[in-house]
Design a protein around this ligand. Structure first.
Ligand code: TYD
Ligand code: MG
Length: 459
């Protein structure tokens, strides 16, 4: 193995020094030096096969037309929702980062993936820096998995991990978690920015060299970003986030970056006594607890990636006894809600200045689309008037400051999903309604131009 040397580089100007100093001699900034590892470049081998050309292999440029088509097969994980988020399955040599709050179920899901792959005859290595082999066995017992070909290693020194990876030569490996891995030759503690960066780049190099596909678990900070550096996200091929309330059992898996597929795909799971279960029909599940006939609720069809998802938007308004009434928002942007309340007051005569307003999106979903505006408005008005919206009604549309209702993208998809789940009266922007020539059978489309119209149609 080539000798490794560590250097300290200034994060502000890039100045390098072999010794740590408090103040960068290059730019004079304080406390900006960070340790990193340099290893002498490996000798370039003979001419490289074009198909295997990768960064760092010393290959020469090729014409785009001469590069062979990528015919790498994707390996299905045996969990359809995960495959959907990955863009079809695992790509050979890919490094995939899975982030999420502690206890959300990352280790559980990955152990299930490992078991499925081992079941399918793959060689799989699960490396844990957090749990002992026995603890993993316990978890496996709970999940009722015990396939041959699934190797488990409790280790957190990366040089040992590297030599085991070369020894076992797994097709798929899991590293749980990147924050516990460390390179002993570096002085900084495991979990520090420089350790995480160096560990990830070493794993990345290993993946590309050996063709092993690797899942890496990353913990999340209080602010919700993957702990340590954003640079982690730049380095890896795929970044997935696991979201969802720990109290509720739904888990949403989202792709934030994917070099092999589309982002914004969403996978829906549920944590059960026997691990993560796929939720095949999320719209139905999300609406299953809906209080029919109660005021302050409107159904909206959102779009997560290519998937239409129905959700129950709830609002509660009640007489406020505070100087500045309370606005509590769960699952939507509070700024957007403030805007919609103002629009309702000015353009539709629905006053909420003396009301506490609570907004909630059932199921722990986050509404990020403006297309949800009209449903939010309808839910608020329904609560203000204490009149329920019909159980067969779904609402969508973006609301502008003049109270106008604007078109939503991919309305036909949404209409189809609403129809599938038995919603027969759909209040949508007029332009969208005009464009849909033949709506699904039994569905009535009501096109509206303004919030005021929507309110007068529904109440
Ligand atoms: P875990 O996968 O350890 O979370 P992470 O690796 O993201 O920190 O999940 C731990 C939680 O999941 C724990 O609170 C127990 C619960 N759990 C189940 O509900 N069912 C199961 O089958 C398993 C294995 C765990
Ligand atoms: Mg874990």
């Amino acid at each position: 193995m080539p000798k490794v040397k560590s250097v300290y580089a200034c994060t502000a100007c890039g100045y390098e020094t072999p010794r740590w100093v408090g103040r960068c001699p290059g730019c004079g900034a304080w406390n900006t030096l960070e340790e990193s590892i340099t290893s002498p470049a490996e000798k370039a081998g003979g001419p490289k096969l074009a198909a295997n050309q990768r960064p760092g292999t010393g290959a020469s440029p090729l014409q785009l037309k001469d590069i062979p088509e990528d015919n790498t097969l994707r390996t299905p994980t045996g969990i359809p929702e995960l495959d959907r988020v990955l863009g079809g399955g695992i790509v050979e040599g890919g490094l995939m980062l899975i982030g999420g709050d502690p206890g959300i179920g990352k280790s559980t899901l990955l152990l299930q993936v490992c078991a499925n792959l081992a079941e399918a005859g793959k060689r799989v290595l699960y490396i844990s820096g957090e749990e002992s082999a026995r603890q993993i066995k316990l978890r496996a017992r709970r999940l009722e998995i015990d396939p041959p070909g699934l190797y488990v290693l409790a280790e957190n020194a990366l040089d040992a991990v590297e030599s085991r990876l070369r020894e076992v030569q797994p097709e798929v490996a899991v590293v749980d978690s990147i924050q516990t891995m460390y390179r002993p030759e570096m002085a900084s503690a495991p979990g520090s920015v420089s350790q995480i960066r160096e560990s990830t780049s070493l794993l990345m190099r290993l993946c590309k060299e050996t063709g092993t596909s690797m899942f890496v678990v990353g913990h999340v900070t209080k602010e919700g970003a993957i702990a340590g550096p954003r640079i982690l996200e730049h380095m890896v091929d795929v970044v997935l986030y696991f979201e969802g309330d720990r109290q509720q059992d739904y888990r949403l898996l989202r792709a934030v970056k994917n070099r092999f597929g589309s982002v914004n795909e969403l996978g829906v799971f549920r944590m059960t006594g026997k691990g993560m279960q796929v939720v095949a029909n999320p719209s139905e599940e999300l609406l299953s607890h809906r209080a029919k006939g109660a005021s302050g609720s409107a159904v909206f069809c959102g779009l997560e990636g290519s998937r239409p998802l129905l959700c129950d938007v709830q609002a509660l308004t009640s007489q406020s006894y505070l100087n500045s009434p309370r606005r509590t928002v769960n699952g939507a942007d509070p700024g957007r809600i403030a805007m919609l309340l103002a629009v309702l007051e000015k353009r539709a005569g629905q006053r909420s200045y003396n009301q506490d307003v609570y907004i909630n999106v059932a199921g722990g979903l986050e509404l990020s689309e403006p297309a949800a505006d009209l449903a939010l408005c309808v839910a608020v008005v329904s609560s203000l008037k204490d009149q329920a919206v019909g159980a067969e009604v779904a609402v969508m549309g973006e609301v502008g400051l003049a109270g106008e209702v604007r078109t939503v993208p991919q309305c036909e998809r949404r209409v189809a999903e609403c129809a599938r789940l038995g919603f027969t009266t759909l209040v949508i922007p007029r332009e969208n309604a005009r464009r849909i020539k033949n709506p699904p059978e039994g569905v009535r489309l009501i096109g509206v131009d303004t919030v005021l119209q929507a309110v007068s149609v529904l109440f």
